[in-house]
Design a protein around this ligand. Sequence first.
Ligand code: GPP
Ligand code: MG
Length: 277
Amino acid sequence: MTSTILRTDFEKSVAAYWNTHRNDPVNLRLGEVDDLYHHHYGVGPYDPAVLEGPEQRIIGELHRLESAQADLLLDHLGPVEPDELILDAGSGRGGTSIMAHQRFGCEVDGLSISEYQVGFANDQAARRGIAERVRFHFRNMLDTRLPSGSRQAIWTNETTMYVDLGDLYREFARVLGFGGRYVCITGCANDVTGLRSKAVSRINEHYTCDIHPRSAYFRALADNGLVPIEVVDLTAATIPYWQLRARSSVATGIEEAFLTAYQEGSFHYLLIAADRI
Ligand code: GPP
Ligand code: MG
């Protein structure tokens, strides 16, 4: 069974990373604030007063910025009706999926190649009593096994750096209905300078990922009938999150690489909303 889900050595190493990263205070302590466990970064200014208070205030503020990022993504996903179906491709510990269900009232399927993350996220849905409508599956987002045209909306929240974009958007174009919406938040490299940046290489090494250049997104979207309607450069909006995280007790050591990459312009934090035509 596993071999049909994890098809390459790269996918196996990515799954191993997420299956073994179970003691990650930067994600668990933030998630404990309100039981929304995220695996993405934050946007918006932080309140500098949190730096004067107890450490828990910094944790709460980082979590608020991560939830604001997920809210921003969902702002571009809707409207979604309660009887429509949506897909979280690379669903982590489930935070964005649960927020999407709370907002739209619809059923959500989340996919992850980490069995640990799938179990964690399903436990979260069960604890909230929404397991029948928010379901997480051990599956590869390049092969969702969902019926063609069955989804009104799909999102990827910082997960596309683990896959080939052509393969991914071919599958999304199949699964999305005509006029369906795709929203992506991602970090991508500046085509001119990014691929030679040491900071971008450090990020790739840290997470076992392969950051794509910005152009690769628009090429793969266009090749698969996904037409961007909005592109938001969130780079300036995410820098405060990294500055606050660098000063927190849950810093992991990758903060300086993100700050350098964003500030030198080799790396962009982007939201892309596209429609399936
Ligand atoms: C954050 O996950 C996202 C990724 C690891 C994908 C890479 C994203 C890029 C924009 C390059 P996380 O919340 O598990 O990371 P951390 O543990 O560092 O908070
Ligand atoms: Mg995190």
